[in-house]
Write a protein that binds this ligand. Structure first.
Ligand code: ATP
Ligand code: MG
Length: 384
């Protein structure tokens, strides 16, 4: 008899012919998340098991696994040999801190000699003996004791499911380039797209010396904070000061933000191709600020055609974004008060519904190709 952690995966089942591939990636991601922790990991039909770990590490293991995309839930379970007496012995010893319960037996091993519903009643009776104030309730129970009799000669006894993230295994949907600012939204956008299986490379624009070293460190911290979900992130740090100064000097102030965002996208389009990313991801959100009206987003879209732009947060309320940000642990860092490059040259009255022809006319006052090439040339890469 030993304590193990039993893992369940979900959507993978839907993937027909690709299932083998999805599963291989999931297993490799699970192993990666457990790297450095002594334990065994193996598969029994339809389940994965983590066993032979030091009990001190149990919470840490659970914490790591709940962040692995593709896993739906997990439970701490007791593994016993499939033997009627062994199962009954263990069940008889249970103390259950609840008012109502039920027992559910699943019998993948059809050679097991007792029918599920009969065994459920027998085991329920044993539990009642040891917990006289408990009551059986088949629906709306507080605790469900699951006895999972597998084909491999082993039975797993458990209660309480811990929800995992669900989603698709990281890496099964290619790689995307996340425009990572120091704000609340973009780390959440990265987490959400990673949950659909897309691994992430980061791109940050800084306006040193207008923005500080602390602002840069904040973005590195954010990349590290999402890495339990998104994997280790390669972060491109792109200098943006010269570009902002040039726009500021030559273009009408109301177009500052629009042109900045278009040049950011142009650079992102180039880096995406260079780094094998198949999409650009942003934390943009309809109507949040002047640069995020449908007209602004459209004008931004037209600035590069290399890859599509995904905006996972487009229709979210800010409070829902904040809730996710708290859940994934980025909120406290995101609200640290360091300047972002976007706020440095902020005009008083940015254009809210920019027209492409007017924007192009303003942009023609700049040598965009040289500005973009120089910025790309001076990118610094940080492994977070
Ligand atoms: P906030 O939570 O304050 O809105 P934000 O990160 O969403 O922060 P916005 O000004 O709304 O900031 O920018 C919209 C999107 O543009 C961001 O989500 C991010 O994807 C991208 N972006 C903005 N500034 C930068 C930057 N300095 N570097 C990289 N990407 C940026
Ligand atoms: Mg935002």
């Amino acid at each position: 008899m030993k304590r193990v952690i039993l893992l369940r995966f979900g959507e993978l089942y839907l993937k027909g012919k690709n299932r083998g591939y999805f599963e291989k990636v999931l297993i490799s991601n699970i192993k990666l998340s457990l790297k450095g922790i002594e334990c065994k990991f193996y598969k029994v039909t339809g389940r994965y098991i983590v066993s032979d770990y030091d009990e001190i590490d149990e919470t840490l293991i659970i914490n790591k696994l709940t962040k692995v995309f593709g896993l739906v839930s997990l439970s701490v379970a007791i593994e016993v040999k499939t033997d009627v007496d062994a199962i009954k012995d263990y069940i008889s010893s249970l103390k259950i801190p609840a008012k109502t319960f039920r027992v559910s037996v699943t019998r993948a091993d059809k050679t097991f000699p007792i029918q599920s519903n009969i065994f459920e009643r027998e085991l329920g009776g044993l539990i009642l003996k040891n917990n006289p104030s408990l009551k059986v309730k088949l629906k709306d129970y507080e605790t469900e004791i699951v006895v999972d009799i597998r084909e491999n000669g082993l039975t797993y006894i458990l209660h309480d499911k811990i929800e995992c993230e669900g989603g698709m295994p990281l890496g099964t949907a290619g790689k995307g380039l996340l425009l990572l600012s120091g704000g609340i939204d973009s780390p959440v956008a990265g987490y959400m797209i990673a949950k659909r299986g897309m691994s992430i490379t980061g791109l940050h624009f800084h306006s040193f010396p207008y923005t500080s070293e602390m602002a840069k460190q904040k973005v590195i911290s954010l990349a590290k904070l999402i890495s339990p979900y998104c994997g280790k992130i390669k972060l491109y740090m792109c200098p943006f000061t010269k570009i902002q100064e040039e726009i500021h000097k030559h273009c009408a102030p109301e177009f500052m933000i629009t042109i900045m965002r278009r040049i950011m996208m142009k650079i992102a389009g180039k880096i995406a191709i260079q780094s094998g990313c198949k999409a650009i991801i942003t934390g943009e959100n309809l109507g949040q600020v002047a640069s995020q009206t449908v007209e602004s987003l459209t004008v931004t879209n037209f600035s590069q055609t290399n890859v599509p732009i995904f905006r996972p947060l487009i229709a979210f309320d800010k409070k829902d974004i904040i809730n996710i940000s708290r859940k994934i642990g980025t909120y406290e860092t995101s609200i640290l008060p360091y300047e972002d490059c976007c706020t440095v040259f902020l005009p008083k009255n940015p254009v809210i519904k920019p027209k492409l022809d007017k924007v192009l006319k303003e942009e023609s006052k700049l040598d965009i190709k040289t500005l973009v090439d120089n910025a790309v040339k001076n990118i610094e890469i940080i492994e977070c």
